[in-house]
Design a binder for this molecule. Structure first.
Ligand code: MG
Length: 385
């Protein structure tokens, strides 16, 4: 079935805290509205309309920069005004639309299965929406908290979105809705018009982000669909003349230095490669070619921070990192805690998710002969599935 979709992100959304309107706040690193937009696009919604507050169109545009086929329109004062703007954008497009899904941007965990079930339900209905039975007993109480009744919950359901409608019925219903009234959802408009609206089983994962604590709940629900990925890195640098070495972002006074194009911090280089490896982004040389003079003598902090930014840019987060430094000298142990603290600060991680270890090779090989030192690292990241 050819369907269009409207994602309503028109509200101020400030009850959710964080200072930013909730539709743009990140959930597992990805702005809330983007979750639904991607799900709808992937399922073939054409056109797909994002209704944003009139003073936030630039934010909406930036959000959709990487998406093809999203129309952005300015919302109105009430949610219904915003939906009307979305409907007008669909009417003005050349697409042959049979059905329309209207969805709240504040419900990010929309899955392909939800969309299919709604479109299927339109086979013998004018409208369909996911709804959940009410498990809790419903009380009536005065503002002060004194109970004065228990409501019968038989036949009551909690309505979620997306709500799906036959396009012709929806247009006709909105056209005659009285201008002074505000429906609490879109299905109500079609119901009032005499349309047949059916419920399909809702999904707790379609919960709406309203309050700050909802984000924590959504993050834990979202992580069920996330991938844990690991990457490893290895690096070596040769000792040469100097008076100290950089390792894991910490300077250690020593009778030699490490030789390299940048500051030769093998610990940071191995860890950078581990992070890049975890997200399949090549190696440090791809991002910071040693032939490029701008990295001569560079502090390797920036290589690591760049890799961490790439992880976050994919909506991922770093779970933990573990570095092993391999050398006879200098002695690492006195600097281990400073190294952990430095890495934790660069990666914005709690200390207990950062490990730095040291070992020798019992006098064997190039590290045993103290010609150079080596570092290996493991990074675990979590990314959207
Ligand atoms: Mg290196």
């Amino acid at each position: 079935m050819e369907f269009a979709a409207i994602v309503v992100a028109g509200g101020a959304g400030l009850r959710a805290g964080g200072g930013t309107p909730k539709q743009w706040r990140p959930l597992c690193g990805k702005p809330l509205a983007l979750w639904s937009l991607e799900a709808l696009l992937a399922h073939g919604a054409r056109p797909l309309v994002l209704v944003a507050p009139a003073d936030q169109l630039a934010t909406a545009k930036a959000l959709c920069a990487g998406l093809e086929g999203v129309f952005i329109v300015a919302g109105g004062r009430e949610r219904m005004d915003s939906v009307r703007e979305g409907l007008q954008a669909i009417a003005g497009s050349s697409a042959a639309v049979e059905a329309v899904l209207i969805h709240d941007a504040a419900r990010p965990l929309l899955k392909s299965g939800h969309i299919s079930a709604l479109l299927d339900a339109l086979g013998d209905a004018d409208g369909a929406l996911p709804a959940l039975a009410i498990a809790d007993t419903l009380k009536r109480a005065h503002a002060g908290g004194a109970v004065h009744g228990t409501a019968d919950r038989t036949g009551l359901f909690r309505a979620q979105t997306p709500q799906a409608f036959r396009w012709s019925v929806l247009r006709a219903a909105f056209a005659v809705w009285p201008s002074g009234e505000t429906p609490t959802d879109d299905a109500q408009v079609v119901e009032r018009h005499g349309g047949r609206v059916v419920l399909i089983p809702g999904d707790p994962a379609l919960m709406k982000a309203t309050y700050p604590e909802d984000f924590a709940m959504l993050e834990s629900l979202a992580s069920g669909a996330r991938l844990i990925r690991s990457g490893m890195g290895f690096d070596t640098h040769r000792f040469g003349p100097g008076d100290g070495v950089w390792l894991c972002g910490v300077h250690i006074p020593y009778e030699q230095s490490l030789i390299g194009h940048s500051d030769a911090d093998a610990g940071l280089h191995a860890l950078t490669d581990a992070l890049l490896g975890a997200i399949g982004e090549g190696d440090i040389g791809d991002h910071f070619p040693p032939t490029d003079p701008q990295w001569r003598g560079a502090s390797s902090d920036l290589f690591l921070v760049h890799a961490a930014d790439l992880v976050r840019g994919r909506g991922g987060r770093i779970v933990n990192v573990d570095v092993t430094l391999i050398c006879e000298r200098p002695k690492i142990k006195p600097y281990r805690q400073a190294m952990r603290a430095r890495l934790a600060s660069l990666l914005d991680l709690p200390l207990d998710r950062v490990s730095v270890k040291a070992t020798t090779t019992e006098g064997l090989g190039f590290t045993g002969r103290e010609e150079g030192l080596a570092a290996q690292a493991l990074a675990t990241v979590e990314t959207p599935g």
